[in-house]
Design a binder for this molecule. Sequence first.
Ligand code: ZN
Ligand code: ZN
Length: 165
Amino acid sequence: MRALEERVEAPEDFGTPAIGIPAGSDMDLDLRLEAVHEGVLVSGTATARAVGECVRCLDPIAYDLTVDVQELYFADPDPATDEDGEPLPRVEHESVDLEPLLRDAFVIELPFQPVCSPDCQGLCPQCGVRLEDHPGHRHETRDPRWDALQSLATDPGQTDQRKSN
Ligand SMILES: [Zn+2]
Ligand SMILES: [Zn+2]
């Protein structure tokens, strides 16, 4: 068994446009590589900082994310395939490619719709202020149909004129 405790730079494409592990940021690996009958079993954890923005209010989000990983890399040079016909991970040139394993592990743990807090109310659709920062924020109704009703109610003279036209 070999322990792999290492800080590496995060590769590209760990996440979505909304949230992900920025390329080049620190990723801490704490892995065990064990020789088993079929090949090499890799297991352990990886930790990195997820950075993104709230899909409702666009506030920045950042938090440390630790994921569990486990994968068997086959020593057999004939590429075995999974049920979808995709080649299973293999030991190649006496090394294993950790990137697909880590990418899958992080991407599955990242929220599809990241929010700064579960009850974030987002932005005011009319003026764009962040509603969490302005409790009770509202606008007077600006529907022009209401203005017309208002003038009927407050200006009976004009209403009479319109009727006579
Ligand atoms: Zn938010
Ligand atoms: Zn507003």
